[in-house]
Ligand binder design. Structure first.
Ligand code: GRF
Length: 188
């Protein structure tokens, strides 16, 4: 599997995935490109340090042209994993990679998903509703936010005293432990 990671921020999931597959070539997954929609994303330096080529997307190019498909083809990308990527994936990209784009969402979808439900917003909402558990959902990407078929879910119990930040930490730990495993399974 020749994987491209799409990010918007810190890229701790991307880092975990790159480190895993660089250390374990026998897994059969190579991260060949990291794509960011933000020129300031910390993930760019992280990828460069690991010799993973990077690409910064401009909104206009992403939504009004299909140039990205040529870039992905030039790196022979055959699978995409969104890891904290906040832009909606346009139809041309979904159609070019049918059942070949995954996303990770920091909650148990269909709860706490959809437009505006990302990052701290998710964990605040989970807290406000007094949930006793949260978790992660890894799903295929279609043209709507958080609606493609689920591939994997894992839950974590919450303490009533947990702050949204603590919920975020627990959930992120689950993300790091599982995203690469799911990718390895799909590569098989
Ligand atoms: C993760 O919680 C991911 O599920 C969400 O955004 C966060 C990204 O974290 N979509 P990082 O950039 O991988 O550190």
């Amino acid at each position: 599997m020749r994987l491209a990671l799409f990010v918007s921020g810190t890229g701790s999931n991307a880092r975990t995935i790159i480190d895993r597959f660089q250390a374990h070539p026998e897994d059969g997954v190579e991260v060949v490109l990291l794509v960011s929609n933000k020129a300031t994303a910390g993930a760019l330096a992280m990828a460069t340090e690991r010799d993973v080529p990077t690409l910064v997307l401009a909104r206009k190019d992403f939504y009004e042209t299909e140039e990205l498909l040529q870039d992905l083809a030039s790196f022979r990308v055959d699978f995409i994993a969104l890891a904290g990527f906040l832009w909606l994936v346009p139809a041309y990209l979904v159609q070019a990679f049918p059942q070949r784009i995954l996303n990770i969402h920091p909650a148990l979808l269909p709860a706490y998903g959809g437009r505006g439900m990302y990052g701290a917003n998710v964990h605040r909402a989970v807290k406000e509703h007094g949930e006793t558990e949260s978790g992660i959902t890894i799903h295929y990407v279609n043209e709507k936010y958080d609606e493609g078929n689920t591939v994997f879910q894992a839950a974590v119990r919450l303490d009533p005293e947990d702050t949204p930040e603590q919920i975020a930490e627990r959930v992120l730990r689950l993300e790091h432990a599982n995203y690469w495993r799911v990718l390895r399974r799909l590569a098989d």
